[in-house]
Design a protein around this ligand. Sequence first.
Ligand code: PEP
Length: 251
Amino acid sequence: MRIPFIAGNWKMYMTRAEAKDLVEGLLTALANVRDVEVAVCPPFTALDCVSRLVANSRIALGAQNCYWEDKGAFTGEVAAPLLKEIGCKYCIVGHSERRQYFGETNETVRKRILALYKHGILPILCIGETLKEREKGQTEKVVLTQLRECLQNLPPERVVKTTVAYEPVWAIGTGKTATPQQAQEVHALIRAEVVRMYGKDVAEGVRIQYGGSVKPDNIKELMDQEDIDGALVGGASLKVDSFAPIVRFAE
Ligand code: PEP
């Protein structure tokens, strides 16, 4: 069985002082949580401080992006070995904001995934359609093309530990959530595609998170769906009062 996985994407929020307050609050609020994996993904500048705070706790550390070369003259980039050194277990790749504002493509996402695999960091691969694409009936085509191109020809033993985050772009930061049925429909398509690419065993292991305006009052219904294994949470991950109840959805 897949262990539920809830991750917080802090985006470009949180000074180190704010990060410290948030993590200390989460450590208390989540102290006795079992059977759920939790990660927080702070901006690069807060990784070190958060890494120290969550060491030996149930909260794992994730980054929001990485570059694909190990080192070199790539001003402003951060490499996977540097993320590993600082204690990252996970790294988000291909977030729609990176695709939209920073020219991320399926090809560059795949390169980042390879770099993460090489250094033992688990990718959280984001895919999802825009509102226009959904309205034109292109959801399946868009999402599965992203999935295929980002995950093609990779080692199956790594793919099985990769998380896919289905994040309809129209639901991110908008307050509009996909209905549990809409999300489940796409999650099932994603899992079926992983079966075609890597076989049933790999597909059964891959966790598929839903992302897009997840809140304490909609998480339970989403998590009740067969192929929804967790959530990638943006806005609601910035406060203990909203992130902790999402993690504790089962109670
Ligand atoms: C995200 O940025 O991955 C996200 C899902 O954001 P929000 O929860 O704010 O919609």
